[in-house]
Design a binder for this molecule. Structure first.
Ligand code: FAD
Length: 434
């Protein structure tokens, strides 16, 4: 699949709609019209763009970057997302992209290893987590969306604010490669991530739910004799996760909130020393970390909006709720939001009957799954993860985790919660190809 290029040329129609107007020597913003304007070409924005365009809704997606290349982003594609792909008839092609299947998940407490989730028995076509670079996933969705004439993806176009008509939001302003543009739309969607510009412009403030941890991400090489098991290790004072990415390990070293500076000041050598005993491969592999540039900080946020919408405006994905990294569900919840939004909004958008109640309906559909997932994440984050970081004695698995590992039937519970999520969405039958 070729990279989606910076697209002023995405469709002929877009070219005629997008142009700078010179009035009396002054350049005024070009105006673009669409039924729906989506800010953010991440999992939420692109999936919603695909679903709307597939149903014949005219949609413009704005993405500030020139490509989808980001390292250390959500690279875990869960069975729920692959089920959506299957319902769209895209799963077979999707699984041809390079990925590593993770059918089971193991936790290690001290020297004790416990299998806590077995995805292989989930009643879906792809019963595993697919580890896939997010850019491959996003290119795949964008590539398929561009087959629909109503889909326009404007790369290198950064949403900067909202356009209002009285109390109603009726579009977004954006900085494009050739200057300012205005996108006028019946519905404006903020899918621009956890630091959403449009959410701020609409004066919607997320409620912070607290996160006692941050995460340091880095890569170590993977050798052919290494285990192929993706794993998480809990030791007194440390949590270390290794995700099998084929020729490398994607490693997450969990630290207490705000400890990044302290870890860096202690020096690379101390950092490597703290890694060595945690590695299930030869300890010398820690020496591959030669520069702090190789180590990226994820500042963990857990938050959500009380209200996801305003007249003419809706937030989805991380813009509505930043998730804890526990369970790696962020991408998948973003996709679920997109599917729910499309299911509820397509018909009123097609018939020009969109009212506030439809936007409220999207929130009430997705608010409960979001709350339930965050509640569970916070429980694990605060009781197990944060507790391990302050522990000084040998760590033992909590009773609940022992029970889950010991009783095969119980192992299905985390597999379902992580793999399928709470109240999984399905592509609605009324969606039609145009
Ligand atoms: C380091 C890291 C590791 C993570 N690991 C995992 C994981 O393993 N599994 C998992 O499921 N989740 C993970 N997450 C979370 C996951 O990436 C997000 O939950 C998910 O991507 C949310 O999707 P989204 O579409 O709502 O937002 P995003 O993925 O944040 O996408 C928003 C998009 O909007 C664009 N954008 C931002 N502002 C503007 C603007 N003003 N105008 C136009 N475009 C804009 C951005 O460039 C981006 O492409 C991780 C996150 C981080 C930061």
């Amino acid at each position: 699949m070729s990279m989606v290029e910076p697209t002023w040329r995405s469709t002929k129609r877009a070219q005629t709609l997008i142009h700078m107007r010179h009035e009396g020597g002054i350049i005024v913003p070009a105006k673009v019209k669409a039924t729906c304007c989506i800010a953010g070409g991440g999992p939420a924005g692109l999936m919603l763009g695909l679903l709307l365009a597939r149903a014949g809704v005219d949609v413009v997606v704005l993405e500030k970057h020139a490509d989808f290349l980001r390292d250390f982003r959500g690279d875990t594609i869960h069975p729920s997302t692959m089920q959506i792909m299957d319902e769209l008839g895209l799963l077979d092609d999707f699984l041809k992209l390079p990925h590593q299947p993770v059918p089971q998940f193991t936790l290690q407490f001290g020297t004790e290893r416990l299998r806590v989730a077995d995805f292989s028995r989930l009643p879906v076509r792809a019963p595993f987590i697919a580890m896939m670079p997010q850019w491959d996933f996003l290119n795949f969705i964008a590539g398929h969306a561009q087959a629909y004439p109503g889909f326009r993806l404007l790369m290198r176009t950064q949403a900067t604010g909202i356009i209002r008509d009285g109390s109603r939001i009726c579009g977004a302003t954006a900085k494009a490669p050739d200057g300012e543009i205005e996108i006028h739309a019946r519905l404006t969607i903020a899918a621009d991530g956890r630091d959403s510009t449009l959410r701020g412009a609409a004066a919607l403030l997320p409620e912070d739910l607290g996160a006692p941890i941050d995460v340091l991400w880095f890569r170590l090489s993977r050798h052919h004799k290494d285990t192929d098991q993706t794993q998480a290790r809990f030791d007194a004072g440390h949590i270390f996760i290794m995700l099998n990415r084929g020729y490398y390990w994607q490693c997450a070293f969990v630290i207490p909130k705000g400890a990044n500076e302290r870890v860096r000041q202690a020096g690379l050598s101390a950092f490597r020393d703290s890694l060595r005993p945690l590695l299930p491969v030869d300890a010398a592999r820690a020496d591959e970390i030669q520069d702090w540039e190789q180590v990226k900080l994820l500042v963990v946020q857990v938050n959500r909006l009380k209200q996801w919408w305003k007249p003419g405006f809706l937030c989805i994905g991380d813009a509505a709720h930043a998730m804890s990294p526990v369970g790696g569900v962020g991408v998948n919840l973003a996709v679920q939001d997109a599917v729910a939004a499309a299911n509820i909004l397509v018909e009123p958008m097609r018939t020009s009957k969109l009212i506030d109640a439809h936007l409220a309906a999207v929130q009430s559909r997705r608010d409960w799954p979001t709350r339930a997932t965050q509640r569970l994440q916070l429980l694990i984050q605060n009781r197990v993860v944060a507790a391990a970081l302050v522990e000084t004695d040998r760590l033992k698995p909590p009773l609940a985790i022992r029970l889950i590992a010991a009783i095969p039937g119980l192992r299905q519970l985390p597999a379902r919660l992580i793999g399928l999520g709470v109240r999984p969405e399905h592509v609605s039958p009324p969606l039609q190809t145009t």
